[in-house]
Design a protein around this ligand. Structure first.
Ligand code: ARG
Length: 460
């Protein structure tokens, strides 16, 4: 495709340099945002009398036609064009003649590309928020089903204290809710229109940037044209937000992998979300969870890549900034796939309450409750802690669990022990009695479910 900027040079580039310079291979995904932005620009130019009403109409009609043709597949995006902006302008001029050449008045590709990226990322924030809402809803629904499924809660991956499966799942809902709020923040902060900043120093035309911003649903305009064209903070923020989603999903994925192993057998993943082995007939592998865990690496790489591209860049636009796209596109595609996969995987997994309970019965996860029992009878916590530890040692030597230590044995350690100790160490009681706000007790679980429901309503 002929270079629209030919003039200062003959526009004939070395073939390899031309390919190296080109971004159409990846920025073609911005065609809709680019055309939408250009339509708003033409409207502003027409309204301000910078171009004639006739030209304005011709441009809008021409651009709408290009958009329609690309969407319908009748206009292929030419891979020899330098970038999507050049492609659209060239096709427009081909179709409507000189009027097409007037579109780029009071504009530069520098503010145009910043605008396109903002509109694209703004839209993707919405898409990710809605997918995260679905995942939270699915996870919360699972939690509601397993309010009474007792399982060991872990610290250091050692059985620690009893919780229920609902409480464990709802922890992930909290993380994902925070993720949503981060995308909302990013979307709000980026909603400042750069268009009209032009190459870097604004323009001599009497433009109406506010009007153009309003047409494109921006809250306000960039107040400094140099910042307007060189700001890519929103790309970094988006990548950071996505990276945190991946941190959360990879932790959840790791638990899915552990829980579905023979060592745990807390859950069974659906056949739809597992694979077999080509050699070991007994295998059912949690590949989806492993891939989510693995893909976290590339997303962190995308974030690091963007930060490094921006570091030390002088103002204003530099071609380095063309490198803002592939990483963030990759991160967005990746996180969208991962959230969708997770929603399917969580929604279809079978929960093995019996195995969770069996695991909870071993490992003395009610030892803190035994100590608390003595504390409630007046013993200082440290002394109660020591006695409970000694009883656990006795149990391990004699093959007992706290639930079946004979009362006379308990009494050897403290005469505060009585028949009611058995209720205190009963796992069900241990969970139910954890009445503190934010704990695994019934009221707290209901409160968490309610909070999730209310929060999700705001995103719908
Ligand atoms: N393809 C370019 C990018 O993505 C568009 C902006 C080009 N601007 C320029 N002055 N060469 O950054």
């Amino acid at each position: 495709m002929e270079k629209l900027w030919a003039g200062r040079t003959d526009g004939n580039m070395d073939k390899f340099a031309d390919e190296f310079n080109s971004s159409i291979g990846f920025d073609k995904r911005l065609y809709r945002h680019d055309i939408t932005g250009s339509i708003a620009h033409a409207k502003m130019l027409g309204r301000q009398g910078i171009i004639s009403k006739e030209d304005c109409e011709l441009i809008i009609e021409g651009l709408s036609g290009i958009l329609k043709d690309i969407e319908e597949g009748t206009l292929a995006i030419d891979s020899t064009a330098e970038d999507i902006h050049m492609f659209v302008e060239a096709v427009l001029t081909e179709r409507i003649g000189d009027a097409g050449k007037r579109l780029h008045t009071a504009r530069s590709r520098n503010d145009q590309v910043a605008l396109d990226m903002k509109m694209y990322i703004r839209e993707e924030c919405g898409e990710i928020i809605s997918l995260l809402s679905e995942l939270i809803e699915t996870t919360a629904d699972k939690a509601a089903e397993y309010k009474t499924a007792i399982m060991p809660g872990y610290t250091h991956l050692q059985r620690a204290q009893p919780v229920n499966f609902a409480h464990h799942l709802l922890a992930y809902c909290q993380m994902l809710l925070r993720d949503i709020s981060r995308f909302e923040d990013t979307r709000r902060r980026l909603n400042v229109s750069p268009i009209g900043s032009c190459a870097l120093a604004g323009t001599t035309y009497d433009t109406d940037r506010e009007y153009e911003a309003k047409l494109l649903s921006f809250d306000t305009i960039a107040l400094n044209s140099m910042d307007g064209v060189s700001d890519r903070d929103f790309v970094v923020e988006m990548l950071a937000d996505i990276s945190l989603v991946m941190v959360h999903l990879s932790r959840f994925a790791e638990e899915m992998i552990l829980w579905s192993s023979w060592e745990f057998r807390f859950v069974e993943l659906s056949d739809d979300f597992t694979t077999g082995s080509s050699i070991m007939p007994q295998k059912k592998n949690p590949d989806m969870a492993e891939l989510v865990r693995g893909k976290t690496g590339r997303v962190f790489g995308d974030l690091m890549g963007m930060l490094t591209v921006l570091k030390g860049l002088p103002l204003a636009y530099n071609k380095d900034m063309q490198e803002d796209k592939e990483g963030v596109f990759d991160a967005i595609d990746t996180v969208i796939m991962c959230i969708k996969i997770f929603t399917g995987m969580v929604g279809t997994m079978k929960v093995r309450e019996d195995n969770m309970l069996a695991a909870a019965k071993h490992g003395f996860i009610n030892a803190t409750d035994l100590a608390d029992y003595l504390v409630k009878k007046g013993l200082p916590f440290r002394s109660a802690y020591k006695i409970s530890g000694e009883i656990v040692t006795w149990c391990m030597d004699s093959g007992h669990v706290l639930e079946n230590v004979p009362l006379e044995e308990y009494k050897k350690y403290s005469d505060l022990f009585d028949e009611d100790v058995y209720e205190a160490v009963d796992l069900k009681t241990c969970v139910e009695k954890r009445i503190s706000a934010g704990g695994p007790g019934e009221r707290s679980i209901d409160r968490q479910l309610e909070h999730i429901k209310d929060s999700l309503m705001c995103f719908k």
